[in-house]
Design a protein around this ligand. Structure first.
Ligand SMILES: Cc1cc2nc3c(=O)[nH]c(=O)nc-3n(C[C@H](O)[C@H](O)[C@H](O)COP(=O)(O)OP(=O)(O)OC[C@H]3O[C@@H](n4cnc5c(N)ncnc54)[C@H](O)[C@@H]3O)c2cc1C
Length: 456
């Protein structure tokens, strides 16, 4: 948990950084030291900007040919930027990303979860009594989760716990379909894992900001582009190993070695789990334990661009109850935000991963089959599509971290701990308060900067 004193430190860093437009690259104070940052995602960029503003010499090494990491806006379509990674500022009130967006006058668009329209198994809008039923089942799930988290002694999968408490075998097929819809739409799409993979104790641990969620009609990379200004970033520099000794750190990349006083590692959890970046000396057992205990989830996106909209324009979210659990249950109508007839479909967890092995054509055809169940056979074919395969991404191996069974917030704390005040760690998976988010990654960049400033 962030204690009050530490929170104040972060607040002052946010203030320095948001309101100072000066590029202090020219004020580098060699005595402060040279910091090598691995990864130019939001965590690395934030740490880089903060430390450079404080007079440190900073260099960022980024394996991709672009900055942003899991902030990645595609400009493939004319006048319609679509985010292949993060889309939303989750909870605008008090969110540091809202503050950052405001400071650069970034255009934002609020989406509201209550502006949702849900379709039944038969493809018809759910009737009022079915809507009431869905609400009641959702409340029941919430109550059961509170019970599990307060009364159970040992962690088990969320699925096992829910099924036990719901007397799953006794439920009608229709109730099972309704519950499965809620599990996927409310939980699996948010945590990027199946309920069978999530820890019943901790899957929803953390804090949240209030208020609407905000989209960036021009793409989330307005934020990373802003943060990157004035930083020394080496693209296409894939780090293969990190050595540290009394003299400092030596970071070996595919394009040569980089020496510094300290290194900040913002590698995604999925990359750390693959053990493809070597550490010398090796990472401590406890940190390795944390890396392996936490889960790296999968959330994939499919954008479909149509010749014209055929859906109801005044809803932001479209839900579909299905007898196939976890398949195409949630869509976003992007027409109002992007002024183009675009739908965004999601799949998470096991199904999200499974379809990565399908051809693009098969994924689009499956999505269209589901949309036709709602809107009928006469809807047009999409003009074009864009889709993601995050579990196969060589610089992420997944979308974001989740609490797997038997993992705890201590594992995130362990992941965040520096080694010998030389090798520091940041990134969304190190955030206890806001894991799996852009703001969590951003705050981790401020936290790690604070650690370095405190020990200079
Ligand atoms: C599909 C999807 C949807 C999401 N939706 C949202 C959302 O709506 N709202 C939200 O708040 N969050 C969302 N997230 C989560 C959010 O995007 C991440 O939490 C955040 O961007 C992570 O930032 P980071 O700096 O920790 O990691 P990253 O952005 O992954 O940065 C790490 C960097 O390290 C680089 N790297 C990897 N390996 C090497 C190497 N060997 N050498 C050098 N560099 C390397 C990577 O290329 C990357 O640039 C979403 C993520 C995904 C994938």
């Amino acid at each position: 948990m962030v204690n009050r004193r530490f929170f104040l430190c972060l607040t002052s860093l946010i203030a320095t950084y948001t309101f100072s437009s000066k590029n202090l690259a020219n004020n580098i104070n060699k005595a402060k030291g040279k910091i090598i940052i691995i990864g130019a995602g939001i965590a690395g960029l934030t740490a880089g900007k903060t430390l450079q503003n404080q007079g440190f010499e900073v260099i960022l090494l980024e394996a991709r040919n672009r900055i942003g990491g899991r902030l990645w806006t595609s400009k493939k379509w004319d006048n319609a930027s679509v985010d292949m990674g993060a889309s939303w500022i989750h909870g605008k009130q008090g969110n540091p990303i809202t503050k950052l967006a405001n400071s650069i006058n970034a255009q934002v668009f609020p989406t509201k979860s209550e502006k949702a329209i849900i379709y039944d198994l038969n493809g018809k809008i759910i009737t009022e009594d079915k809507e009431e039923k869905l609400d009641k089942l959702a409340q029941k799930i919430e109550q059961i989760i509170i019970k599990i988290q307060n009364k159970y002694n040992d962690d088990i999968s969320l699925q096992k716990a829910l099924e036990k408490e719901l007397n799953w075998q006794q439920l009608s097929n229709s109730d099972k379909d309704y519950f499965n819809f809620l599990f996927n739409y409310n939980i699996e799409l948010e945590y990027a894992a199946d309920i069978s993979q999530l820890s019943a104790f901790y899957f929803d641990d953390g804090k949240a900001f209030d208020g609407d969620d905000l989209l960036f009609p021009k793409g989330y990379t307005v934020i990373s582009d802003y943060l990157a200004k004035g930083l020394n970033i080496r693209l296409n520099h894939k780090v293969v190993s990190i050595e540290s000794n009394n003299q400092g750190v030596n970071v070996i990349t595919n394009q040569g070695n980089f020496q510094g006083d300290k290194v900040i590692v913002t590698l995604p959890l999925g990359v750390l789990q693959k053990n493809i970046v070597k550490f010398s000396p090796p990472l401590p057992e406890k940190k390795l334990g944390a890396i392996n205990q936490l889960g790296m989830g999968v959330l994939n996106k499919l954008y479909l661009l149509f010749p014209k909209p055929f859906w109801q324009k005044n809803y932001h979210w479209i839900g579909k109850i299905s007898d196939k659990k976890g398949q195409w249950s949630g869509w976003v109508n992007l027409e109002s935000a992007l002024k183009k007839p675009i739908l965004l479909g999601f799949n998470a967890g096991k199904f999200g991963k499974e379809i990565e092995s399908w051809s693009d054509e098969k994924i689009v055809a499956d999505a269209m089959k589901n949309l036709r169940q709602i809107y009928g056979n006469s809807i047009p074919q999409p003009i074009d599509y864009q889709l993601t395969r995050w579990s196969q991404d060589a610089f992420s191996f997944g979308s974001y971290s989740y609490y797997a069974i038997n993992s705890t917030p201590n594992h995130r704390q362990e992941l965040a701990k520096p080694i010998n005040q030389q090798v520091f760690f940041a990134g969304e998976a190190t955030s206890v308060d806001y894991p799996a988010t852009v703001h969590g990654a951003y705050l981790s960049g401020l936290r790690v900067s604070q650690e370095i400033i405190a020990h200079q």
